[in-house]
Design a protein around this ligand. Structure first.
Ligand SMILES: C[S@@+](CC[C@H](N)C(=O)[O-])C[C@H]1O[C@@H](n2cnc3c(N)ncnc32)[C@H](O)[C@@H]1O
Length: 211
């Protein structure tokens, strides 16, 4: 299990190379396939402070997130330019502002009741952030709290005998292992992801539509 301290330490050290700072191009080019327009509730597991939250919210979606780091949430809401209303719900912090609710704490503590309805899931750098032994439980939990809505999943893949994640390499067989029994899995598009692991190896990012 990737320890919570690992991620909390990254945020407090400002060592957040995973934060893209721009809208993810594969989200932008495939957004219509996910049907997350006006009023739709879209869940971003392990959301960090991604610009994708701004993008989805600006398009009228209600963004739901789960994130361990309070620093991430403070920076997210500061970037959004809104002051969140912070309350506690079932042992998690709930950061709410218009068009957004992010739950602070371990995603495995999130329940379907706390989260409410979910129309779509967008996973970027969430499944690939988790070590192999946690991923099956993560996929199962994600679907149990959301009820298996359509999902845009971005994975990373690379072939290197030495380098290990995060981001971990996830291939098509693994995507199908986690999701193939409940979803139709379609590979949408891939791109070379620049700058991962200091650019030492070639990493491919692939978008999957699970419907
Ligand atoms: C690789 S980052 C990706 C963040 C975001 N999705 C993005 O695209 O920038 C993974 C994030 O998951 C958070 N995280 C890790 N384990 C978590 C857990 N069990 N519950 C909630 N958040 C978690 C970390 O703090 C970190 O911000």
């Amino acid at each position: 299990m990737m320890k919570h301290e690992y991620w909390l330490g990254k945020w407090s050290a400002g060592d957040i190379g995973f934060h893209e700072g721009v809208i993810n191009p594969l989200l932008e080019s495939n957004i219509e396939k996910l049907a997350v327009g006006e009023g739709k509730r879209v869940l971003l597991p392990l959301c960090g402070k991604t610009r994708d939250i701004h993008y989805l919210r600006d398009r009228g979606s209600h963004v739901l997130g789960a994130e361990l780091s309070e620093i991430a949430l403070k920076e997210l809401f500061s970037d959004l330019g809104v002051t969140p209303e912070v309350t506690e719900l079932d042992g998690l912090g709930r950061y709410h502002a218009e068009g957004v609710d992010v739950f602070l704490g371990d995603i495995f503590l999130l329940t379907r009741e706390t989260l409410g309805a979910v129309d779509a899931i967008y996973d970027r750098a969430a499944m690939v952030a988790l070590p192999p032994e946690v991923r099956a439980r993560y996929a199962e939990h994600l679907l149990s709290v959301s009820g298996t809505p359509p999902q845009l999943l971005l994975t990373c893949s690379y072939d290197d005998p030495v380098v290990d994640g995060p981001p971990f390499s996830i291939n098509e067989n693994e995507v199908r292992d986690h999701y193939g029994h409940l979803y139709t899995v379609a590979k949408l598009e891939s791109r070379i992801l620049p700058g991962v692991f200091g650019g030492r190896i070639e990493v491919t990012e692939t978008a999957w539509l699970l419907s």
